[in-house]
Write a new protein. Structure first.
Length: 352
């Protein structure tokens, strides 16, 4: 049945996606060495070879989709449980399910069973035309492609090329300053529509779309239009659009120094709770560019408040994410082990 289903899926998907069916582990490994795959779709459970291939796929940048075909339902798990299923669960099967971006299931009963396992909550129901007439093979293929697309719309910073991330930083700088002359490095073009799509999605969920689009316009880039509200993606559990620093700390301060002290206190709080995002850095960048501060007094107050190193690390991150200029820095940047940890927090903000 699984063989029939997979062949039906590939034949029905047509040109929507380029699919390669591989049943031999050695051949699969060879394919991953020579071709870049966006997605590894694993069909079925309880095969250690699938886990070995998954590790190679993830290392090569592919994302995993799993179709268990009911093989995670209780009556299947209980069969030869102590001798076979429990060791396999501990060794690799739970890890496969947890590492999957999406689980494609075939009905509500299977959904409830996987929910009870608690290994992965990202499930998509697509009925099987091999065993039911309630869905056609073309509908099944369309819905499967939709899941693939949703997977590739998720955590898009990870899928951006180095050039794309560099260009994104230029857009942010031009968007914050409102002047293209602040971007002095050589510009380059991006011809891949997927990379523009990644920029759109990332900017939207990081709450910096207005800055990015403004910067792109000022730098004379024509970003392809994309209706972001029609784009589906997977987001971290309990995800919320980042709250602005201004909304959190308010506006009533006796001086700009007092406001900055409150800002760095809030940033420290965000760091502690792994909630600092690129939108907060953009907000601070604009604040430091637009207002003059008494640097000596600020440094002294930051040290008294035990915020000095937090502020220095933030300067380093501003330099990297918004191309902030050292001439505007009231304190020197600091790049240490803790800075790297914060850097990973920002990078992984949309990671599921």
């Amino acid at each position: 049945m699984v063989h029939h289903y997979v062949n039906l899926l590939v034949n029905s998907m047509g040109l929507e996606a380029e699919n390669i069916i591989v049943e031999d582990e050695t051949l699969a490994k060879e394919k991953f060495q020579t071709i870049h795959f966006d997605i590894l779709h694993i069909h079925g459970c309880w095969h250690y070879s699938a886990y070995r291939i998954l590790k190679i796929a993830v290392k090569k940048g592919a994302r995993v989709v799993l179709s268990p075909y009911g093989q995670l339902e209780p009556w299947m798990v209980e069969e030869r449980y102590w001798k076979e299923k429990l060791p396999k669960k501990i060794l690799f099967q739970k890890s496969i399910v947890e590492n999957a971006y999406a689980i494609i299931i075939q009905g509500k009963m299977e959904e409830e069973c996987i929910k009870k396992l608690g290994w992965n909550h990202r499930m998509e129901i697509i009925r099987n035309p091999v065993i039911t007439h309630s869905i056609t093979s073309s509908e099944m293929a369309y819905k499967t492609y939709y899941v693939y697309r949703k997977v590739l719309n998720s955590h898009t910073i990870e899928l951006m090329r180095e050039q794309t991330r560099t260009l994104l930083r230029y857009f942010i700088k031009a968007g914050i300053t409102g002047d293209s002359r602040w971007v002095t490095d050589d510009l380059f073009s991006i011809n891949d529509p997927e990379q523009w799509r990644y920029i759109h999605i990332y900017a939207h969920y990081e709450n910096i779309s207005s800055i990015v689009l403004r910067g792109a316009h000022l730098l004379n880039y024509q970003i392809p239009e994309l209706d972001i509200h029609k784009i589906s993606c997977y987001l971290p559990k309990n995800f919320e659009i980042p709250k602005t620093i201004q909304d959190a700390i308010g506006l009533q301060y006796a001086s700009e120094n007092d406001r900055l002290i409150a800002t760095f206190k809030y940033i420290r709080k965000l760091i502690i709770h792994s909630q600092l995002t690129i939108s907060h850095l953009c907000e601070l960048d604009r604040e430091l560019r637009e207002h003059n501060v008494e640097e000596d007094h600020l440094v002294e107050t930051l040290k008294e408040s035990k915020l000095f190193k937090t502020a220095c690390r933030t300067m380093q991150l501003l330099q990297e994410y918004t191309d902030f200029d050292e001439g505007f820095m009231p304190i020197p940047p600091l790049n240490d082990r803790i800075t790297n940890r914060i850097r990973q927090q920002i990078y992984n903000h949309l990671k599921i």
